[in-house]
Every structure is written in structure tokens, then in C-alpha cells.
Design a protein around this ligand. Structure first.
Ligand code: CA
Length: 705
């Protein structure tokens, strides 16, 4: 059984707090859709994007351009067991809830950080003995009624009692034998909880979202994103329509489209919008060899929230082949365009175009590039389709494409201020090379192996502003101001009526900008990369701003070279929840300097080139690089294998215990039971080879930077 811990001391403190009315210890108030849509409630932050419209805009003004210079840490919680932190904390009735590594959920007093309860869903127990991909982080939680909802890496959807942290129900959303995972926040609305999953990079899979009854956990409906084998019949007219846009035997690869992020409920129009994923595999030549748009990949799809029935879709990247999914947040706003009020969806997917869509009909209103884009010249507003540049579509060839599989924008939330009428958009600027020349047409997608169907490399960060924060005017479709940033992966943003925009960066700097001009008005050095988006709330007359500190997400896996230059080595810096207020004077212990693990040279270990080559294939095929980095060079999500003692000669058994038997599954390292002794040996030779080569080349960064 999953465990709840609540120390006696905490319990007593809770009772005392309850007696003084600081924390509600009684039955929590029931949160409704009206509450979740209420823009005026500044005391709480009830949903992932603050309210149902996902704007991440707070009407609070106490922290503003004048007072922000006095912002200081009010309280903090150290999280020494955590690794990457990417989640949005929620605040309800004076309690803050947040989710960390391995889906451990904590509740703390939002006025001072005092722990109330911790719930450990014991993910390792579910994963043990099964292959999995190592996505141990979660982007958040959901509140509805009197419950708190969470989803786990291994595919469970959980309902917890908000007061005690005790589990009320648990529902498995996919079998453990399928190569899927959940990193997203569930979306609760209208007595339901919705969740999808990820997995298009890890084997054959067919994407779907599922809605469950929020009281019981019973499945209400499931919407498949791509069609299955027509011979089996179609689940819905939408799937029959979608199947006409696929060719070949796509179902053998699953097709993909997994919805791992971006679920928006429109309380005004009573509609649900989901952002869908790229294909499985990425490469369209292998997935749907005769072409076709491949619906509903890379789309915004509107569904009936009660039945899951299809209403409309807009596809951002037809015939997708670059991992340009549309899993990025879907933000609702009323915009005045050509003297008309438009009920708009704003959406900035990986492909680099900013879309404004009429959400009553799904009709595209405008689309302009918000970053460097070389795969399409523009979006034709008459047809609603991108006009592709031929050279970008590799097919048994090599193409250099901008943006990259990380996207021009990823899951880092954008915010929208109805006061400035600007979107604050974390942007990535990079280029990748795709090469599928070695992939035959009969290539097969295998569960739990890295299965993109194309090799891709990110040749590095092309400029000194590989990241940026943009203030984007969605009506004029242009940037009003831009802050160039060194390094990718700036966090999601928070906009406030105090005229401020808050954002953290991968270099550990947390900043407040003037929302109208982009001038940096305040900053704080957290001493560790920030990947999670900040929130704000107000208790007893004080405005608080909170952010989780802990370099995380795909970039922290080291998949782009810049990530390994930051010095956020595994286990060195303390992951932390920071909460700021005006004149806050808490002093968190300083973080260690950036640290670069030193690769180990084992004098007696003669690297066998053939074994190392086999080891390299195994390393890449098993997706080891997603977390441990290309060339075994880690960026902090995991230990740097070149500096780890486990692959050394005398640790042969220990290495097998970790890699084959999974005895570190508690730390998020799944086992790979099928590996033979010969393959384990090959992996050790590859890792030693990488370590020795780094040392010989003199490219191991030494000490601090
Ligand atoms: Ca993907």
C-alpha cells in the first residue's frame, strides 16, 4: 500500500493550527467549476494554469514595479531526495500541494512551509520487474470537489483526501506491459478527471485521453487520437474520418499522437481541448509510407466534455515527421481582432508558429513564426495549412531543420496578461539534423526501445541567445519585446496585475521583468537550474510567490550539449521549494558551486573497440541517452556514468544488479531484464571508452566554472 507519513509533531502542529483557524483541519471545501473559472480569487492557485482558462495571470498587485526590489525569501523547504522538479504547486485554503520526483506528493502550510503530510505512491514497487523509460518527474496535480488528483509515471490516476493525504481511489490508465508513461498533470473539470500519457519515443503506441469519474475513478469515456487497424472496426466516426488520412499499415507502429500535456476545459463554451502528440515513429516514411495528413497528430482537438465525442480539430503540422507535436499549453482569452470579439485559443507548439484559433469553430484566425523556422515558409490562412520547404522533409536523406525536437516552445507554460494583452512565451532557438538514410522500410518499432525511426543530432546551440523570453502580441502576431537568454529551457512564466512577469532560467536565476518593457527589475540566484513555473497567492494580506528549484525535463537529460555545461551534477545541489514575499528575510543555505564529475580512468581496463561499438548501439537503442546523455555525458538528471564506480571491473555484479535487475528502481532507474552478460559487458566497455576518451581528449571540464 502507498504510504502517508505525518509525524506526531506535524499532527500536533496541525491541530494547533486548526484550532487557531490557520489551516482548515475539517472537511475541505468542495471546489467547483465556478471556483476553477473564478479569475478574482487571489488567495488560491487552484489549477495547473491557475484557472480553467490557463492564463497564469494573477490580479495581485502588492508585488509590483515599485515594491519588487524588496522581494526576499519568506520560507523554503529543502527536498534532498528529489532530482528534476518541473511541477506547478497548487494552493487551496491555505495549503500548498506539490509533486516531486517519483511522484511523491507533499502538502505544506502555504504561509510558512510547515509540512502537513507526504504521500508516496510507491512508484518503484509498480515499476520493479518491468522495463520502463525513466521519466520520474511530474508537471502537477489537480483539485476538484474535496479531492486532490495525481498521475504516476507507471500509469495510475490517484485521488487523495486533501486533508490527510490518504488515497481514496486509484485507477490504472494503461497496462505496465505498454511502453507509456505519465508526466502530465491530470485535468479535473465537471465531475471528471482527464489524463493521457507519453511514449511516442519508446515503441509502438496509439495515443488516447481518458476521462474518469472524479468521485469513483470509474472510466467514463476514452478518445483515441489516431485510428487503429480498420479491420478491427472504428471506435467513432472521428476515427473513420482520421483513417482516410493514413497509408500503409500504420497500426503496426501504433501511430502515436500521445497526449502527454495540454488539456484545457472551456467552462464558458463547455468544451474540452486537447493538444496531441507527434507520430510513432517520428519518421512519416516508415509510419505512413504513402503520405497523408495523419489525423489527429499534432493538433488541437475539441471534444464534448461529457462524452468525449469529436467536435473539431486544427492540425498544426500535417504529415508530421520532426517530433513537432502540439502538446504545448492551450490558453483561452477573449481577443479583439478587426473590431470583433473573438473567443480565442492561443497555442505555440514546437513547430515555431504562434496560432490564434476561433474556439467556437476551430477556424484558424492567424499564425506567424515566433522563432526561427526553416521547415515552412508560412501558414496559408486560406487553407489553414503550412507551406512546407521541401528540403526540410528528409526521406532516406539528411535535413538540417529549425526548430528541433525540443521545439521552439515546449511544455514550459506561457502566461497571458489581459492588462497588457501580451503572451509571455519561453522560447528555444536551436537547429537539429535528421538523418534516416540507414532505416529500411521494414524497420520495426519495439516496445521500450528508442523508436523514432530517424537519427537526430543537435549540433549545439547556434547563437548566444539560444533561449529567449518574448512578450508576444497575439492580435498583431509580433514580439513587442524580447529578452535574449544564454541557454535553452527557460521556465514557464507568471504574469501579474502588478505589471510583472516572473521566470526562472536554467542558470538558476529567478527574475521579475516589467511586463510592458521587458526591463529586468529584480532577480535572485537560486544556485541551481530552475525548470518549474512560478505561482502566486495571497494569505492574510501578504502576496507570496513560489517556485520549485530543480533542473529537470528532457533538457536535463543532456540531449542538447549546452545542458552538460551548467554544472548541475546529479546529487550535488539541494532541490528546494522557495516562497518569496516583500521583505522576506529567510536565508536558505547557499548551494555548492557548479560541479562537473570527473570521469574515472581505470588503468587495468583495456577497452575492446568491438564491444564498445556494441555497447554504444545498446546504449542508444535502449534510450539510455534520454536520461544519461549522449556519449554517456550527463547533465544532472542522472549520475554521470563516466564518473560512476558501477561500470568498473570490480563492480561487474553491481552493474548487472542496477542495469539488468533494476535494484536502483527506487531512484528512478528501471531494470532491463532481457540484457545478457555479453551485452552488459559491452555497455561497460562503451562507458569506460567514453570516460577514457574524455580524459585523453582533455575535454573533461575541471572543477568549477
Ligand atoms: Ca515527442
Amino acid at each position: 500500500m502507498p504510504t502517508v507519513s505525518s509525524t506526531n509533531r506535524t499532527f500536533v502542529l496541525g491541530l494547533i493550527a486548526a484550532a487557531f483557524g490557520v489551516v482548515s483541519w475539517a472537511e475541505p471545501r468542495s471546489i467547483s467549476d465556478t471556483d476553477l473559472a473564478d479569475e478574482t480569487n487571489t488567495a488560491e492557485w487552484l489549477a495547473y494554469g491557475r484557472t480553467h482558462n490557463e492564463q497564469r495571470f494573477s490580479p495581485l498587485t502588492e508585488v509590483n514595479a515599485t515594491t519588487v526590489e524588496r522581494l526576499g525569501v519568506q520560507w523554503y523547504v529543502d527536498l534532498p531526495e528529489d532530482v528534476g522538479l518541473v511541477s506547478t504547486p497548487l494552493v487551496a485554503e491555505g495549503v500548498m500541494y506539490f509533486t516531486g520526483t517519483m511522484n511523491v506528493i507533499r502538502a505544506v502550510d502555504a504561509s510558512n512551509g510547515k509540512p502537513l503530510w507526504t504521500f508516496d505512491p510507491e512508484v518503484a514497487k509498480e515499476v520493479a520487474g518491468h522495463k520502463r523509460q525513466g521519466h520520474v518527474h511530474s508537471r502537477g496535480l489537480s483539485i476538484y470537489g474535496n479531492k486532490l488528483f495525481a498521475a504516476t509515471w507507471d500509469g495510475r490516476l490517484l485521488a487523495l483526501d486533501r486533508t490527510t493525504g490518504k488515497q481514496i481511489w486509484s485507477t490504472r490508465t494503461f497496462p505496465l506491459t505498454e511502453s507509456r508513461y505519465i508526466t502530465g498533470a491530470p485535468k479535473a473539470f465537471k465531475g471528471k478527471v482527464l489524463i493521457g500519457n507519453g511514449g511516442t519515443e519508446h515503441g509502438p503506441g496509439r495515443g488516447y485521453v481518458t476521462a474518469y469519474n472524479s468521485e469513483t475513478g470509474k472510466q467514463l469515456w476514452r478518445f483515441y487520437i489516431v485510428p487503429g487497424n480498420p479491420a478491427d472496426g472504428f471506435e467513432s466516426p472521428a476515427m473513420e474520418m482520421a483513417a482516410k488520412t493514413w497509408t500503409g499499415e500504420w497500426w503496426k507502429h501504433g501511430g502515436g499522437g500521445h497526449a502527454w500535456h495540454a488539456f484545457t476545459y472551456d467552462a464558458e463554451l463547455d468544451a474540452l481541448y486537447i493538444g496531441t502528440g507527434n507520430g510513432a515513429p517520428w519518421n512519416q516514411r516508415l509510419r505512413s509510407p504513402g503520405g497523408g495528413d495523419n489525423l489527429f497528430l499534432c493538433s488541437v482537438v475539441a471534444l464534448d466534455p461529457d462524452t468525449g465525442e469529436y467536435r473539431w480539430h486544427y492540425q498544426t503540422t500535417p504529415a508530421e515527421t520532426w517530433d513537432f507535436n502540439s502538446n504545448m499549453d492551450i490558453v483561452l482569452a477573449d481577443l479583439e481582432i478587426d473590431n470583433k470579439q473573438v473567443k480565442a485559443i492561443m497555442h505555440a507548439p514546437k513547430n515555431g508558429f504562434f496560432y490564434v484559433i476561433d474556439r467556437r469553430t476551430g477556424k484558424l484566425i492567424s499564425a506567424e513564426p515566433f522563432a526561427e523556422v526553416n521547415w515552412a515558409s508560412h501558414v496559408d490562412l486560406a487553407t489553414g495549412r503550412p507551406v512546407e520547404i521541401e528540403a526540410a522533409r528528409y526521406s532516406k536523406s539528411r535535413s538540417r531543420v529549425t526548430p528541433t525536437p525540443l521545439g521552439a516552445h515546449s511544455w514550459h507554460a506561457m502566461s497571458y496578461s489581459p492588462l497588457t494583452r501580451l503572451v509571455y512565451l519561453p522560447t528555444l532557438h536551436a537547429t537539429a539534423e535528421y538523418d534516416d538514410s540507414t532505416y529500411p522500410a521494414d524497420w520495426e518499432n519495439q516496445p521500450f526501445l528508442a523508436g523514432t525511426g530517424v537519427d537526430f543530432t543537435a549540433p549545439g546551440e547556434p547563437s548566444d541567445y539560444s533561449g529567449s523570453l518574448q512578450a508576444w502580441d497575439p492580435v498583431q502576431q509580433r514580439a513587442v519585446w524580447t529578452v535574449d537568454q544564454q541557454g535553452l529551457w527557460g521556465s514557464g512564466t507568471l504574469a501579474t496585475a502588478g505589471g510583472l512577469v516572473f521566470q526562472g532560467e536554467q542558470n538558476g536565476i529567478f527574475s521579475a521583468y516589467n511586463a510592458s518593457t521587458g526591463e529586468r527589475l529584480w532577480s535572485y540566484d537560486a544556485g541551481l537550474g530552475i525548470s518549474a513555473p512560478p505561482i502566486t497567492y495571497r494569505l492574510k494580506g501578504t502576496q507570496y510567490i513560489s517556485v520549485l528549484v530543480g533542473f529537470g525535463g528532457a533538457y536535463a537529460g543532456g540531449t542538447v550539449p549546452g545542458a552538460t555545461e551548467l554544472g548541475w551534477a546529479y546529487g550535488v545541489h539541494t532541490r528546494r521549494l522557495l516562497t518569496f514575499s516583500i521583505d522576506g528575510a529567510a536565508q536558505p543555505p547557499p548551494q555548492p558551486a557548479p560541479y562537473f564529475p570527473q570521469p574515472i580512468f581505470e588503468a587495468g581496463f583495456d577497452v575492446d573497440a568491438k564491444l564498445s561499438a556494441l555497447g554504444e548501439d545498446l546504449y542508444n537503442d535502449h534510450g539510455c541517452a534520454f536520461c544519461h546523455g549522449p556519449d554517456a555525458k550527463a547533465a544532472g538528471m542522472t549520475p554521470d556514468l563516466r564518473a560512476s564506480p558501477f561500470p568498473l571491473s570490480e563492480m561487474e555484479t553491481g552493474f548487472a544488479n542496477v542495469v539488468r535487475d533494476g535494484n536502483r528502481v527506487g531512484r528512478g532507474m528501471p531494470g532491463y531484464p532481457g540484457l545478457t552478460n555479453h551485452e552488459l559487458k559491452a555497455l561497460r566497455h562503451y562507458i569506460r571508452d567514453m570516460a577514457h576518451k574524455t580524459i585523453t581528449a582533455g575535454t573533461a571540464p575541471l572543477g568549477e566554472h
